[in-house]
Ligand binder design. Structure first.
Ligand SMILES: Nc1ncnc2c1ncn2[C@@H]1O[C@H](COP(=O)(O)OP(=O)(O)OP(=O)(O)O)[C@@H](O)[C@H]1O
Ligand SMILES: [Mg+2]
Length: 508
């Protein structure tokens, strides 16, 4: 039987209730309780606030207008918001008739919470434990809903976005869901290595997991010189580009005659069947018009990036069941990063529409750079990210948008995300952007987000019956996103020495 934690008192409604907390109860804000309702059976509720009161220190007692009660002890009073009860068909309903004063309040056990909030599907994605519960209560989220309806992971820098995304990827690998990760900082290939962080290893028992590295991680990079550990060079397929793509990509705007030259050159190149950027530049060189030079300079700048050099990587290489393809863009010029996201996004979306690749998750780190809000610069990739956000669901291409600056992410992209995973955010503009993009987002939740502990996330949206706080589980694999120490703290180590003096060893 569950533990009694209090009793309803005073005027009792059906949307929320106050209760006197039992002396030995260890209730926390956000914790779950249940009350037996005479009409509906067990009803789940969540603690909103807890207050402590002592008559000895009441205003009248301390101002001397009434006699202080020597023997008065603390009274703890709490308020809980009703979540609902499950009807015969298993749907969560809210009561319409008030609870009975004097009814006992019990601690809600994991099973009723998970059942009521729809977090118990074992086939789901295991993200962590419900925050604020003494009993470990695992949170499983419906994987189909999560991917089909897009996700955003938002938080200030260092609050745990990439870590949470790492957990999500681990879960998706285990379910054989293909993931393509746009990784501007080269953090995600660490998924190949088991976690060896002693603090995190110590927590694995609580989360019921063990350390593990993953095999099917393929790391691509446009520049193997910068990222030599990558498995394969990323090259884009020039033959997939339309004249419109070239016009978007070239650094300066083309005149009509330059457009004409490019159009003709493309026609000639296509008549070869296969062609390279080099072939295209040669064809344009042979043109007599002086207008060609500006065009050649633009194409040579593209050539310098080497992004069209080598065997092209196709969506069928990147999107495979059980495989995570990491596009490591560390050290790559921002304009080339945008070009890569634009091209890969378009080619994968097109192949997905034609059924050439399986349903997948397209994960975009630093989304504010690839889908910026108006007023924060343009991006070559904005158009396709908007299209994936609005149409991807119909075709089984899920989008996961990750950003530390929600206010700088395109509003239409953010508002298409039906699951929000939010960690600590303090910037008022970012908080506003979050509350504007989420339906029914309350001022209360905004306050909560400002105070979240690292690694604790608020999950809102279609995948949960109501907003929940989750202590994100530790990763099975290594996390690659740790900050770089500018000045390393010297470690003090006791070294036995003839003089018996303490020696300081640095960087030991
Ligand atoms: N759930 C968690 N469990 C344990 N440690 C965590 C968790 N979440 C985050 N951390 C710790 O916090 C650090 C920062 O997390 P992370 O790299 O995910 O931040 P971020 O939000 O992606 O930051 P940035 O915006 O700089 O990329 C990690 O190195 C890790 O040590
Ligand atoms: Mg990060």
């Amino acid at each position: 039987m569950s533990k009694i934690v209090g009793m309803l008192f005073g005027e009792v409604g059906y949307g929320d209730f106050n209760f006197l907390v039992s002396k030995d109860a260890s209730l926390q804000k956000g914790g779950y309780v249940k009350v037996n309702h005479e009409n509906y059976g067990w009803v789940l509720a969540q603690v909103c606030f807890i207050k402590r009161y002592n008559e000895m220190y009441s205003l009248s007692a301390i101002t001397g207008s009434s006699q202080p009660k020597e023997d008065a002890s603390d009274r703890i009073v709490a308020n809980a918001k009703v979540i609902g009860y499950l009807d015969e068909s298993g749907f969560l309903k809210t009561p319409r008739i008030p609870f009975k004063p004097g009814e006992k309040v019990y601690e809600a056990e994991g099973a009723i919470i998970r059942k009521s909030l729809n977090l118990g599907i074992r086939s789901g994605v295991y993200l962590g434990l419900l925050e604020g519960q003494e009993e470990a209560s695992p949170v499983y989220i419906n994987v189909n809903k999560l991917i089909q309806k897009h996700i955003c992971v938002l938080a200030k820098t260092g609050a745990g976005k990439s870590y949470t995304v790492g957990v999500l990827i681990e879960e998706l690998i285990e379910k054989s869901v293909p993931v393509v990760v746009i990784d501007p900082h080269g953090e995600y290939s660490a998924l190949k290595t088991p976690n060896s962080n002693p603090k995190e290893l110590a927590l694995m028992g609580r989360y019921g997991i063990s350390q593990q590295g993953y095999e099917n991680i393929v790391e691509y990079t446009p520049n193997l010189g910068l990222n030599p550990q990558a498995d394969r060079k990323l090259a884009l397929d020039i033959t997939q580009l339309t004249i419109g793509n070239f016009l978007e990509m070239l650094p300066s705007k083309l005149t009509d005659s330059q457009k004409g030259i490019l159009f003709e050159a493309l026609k000639t190149a296509r008549s070869y069947g296969k062609y390279t950027l080099e072939d295209l530049i040669k064809i344009i060189h042979a043109h007599e018009s002086k207008a060609k030079w500006n065009l050649i300079t633009g194409l040579e700048m593209l050539r310098e990036s080497k992004i069209f050099e080598g065997a092209p990587v196709h969506p069928t290489d990147l999107v495979k069941n059980g495989v995570v393809s990491i596009i490591n863009l560390r050290g790559i010029r921002p304009d080339i990063q945008e070009l890569i996201v634009a091209r890969l996004g378009s080619e994968i979306f097109s192949d997905r529409k034609q059924g050439k690749v399986p349903p997948l998750l397209f994960l975009l780190e630093e989304a504010h750079n690839f889908a910026p809000e108006r007023g924060f610069g343009g991006s070559l990739s904005l158009g396709i990210i908007r299209i994936i956000a609005s149409e991807g669901r119909k075709f089984g291409m899920g989008l996961c948008v990750v950003s530390q600056r929600p206010a700088r992410v395109d509003k239409s992209v953010l508002s298409q995300c039906n699951t929000q995973i939010i960690l600590k955010v303090t910037n008022p503009n970012d908080l506003r952007a979050i509350s504007q993009s989420i339906e029914g987002f309350t001022a209360d939740l905004e306050e909560e987000i400002k105070q979240l502990q690292p690694g604790v996330a608020l999950i809102v949206g279609d995948v949960v019956e109501q907003p929940i706080f989750v202590s994100i589980r530790v990763k099975k694999s290594r996390h690659g996103g740790a900050s770089v120490e500018v000045v390393r703290e010297p470690k003090v180590v006791r070294v036995p020495s003839p003089s018996g003096l303490l020696r300081r060893l640095f960087f030991g």
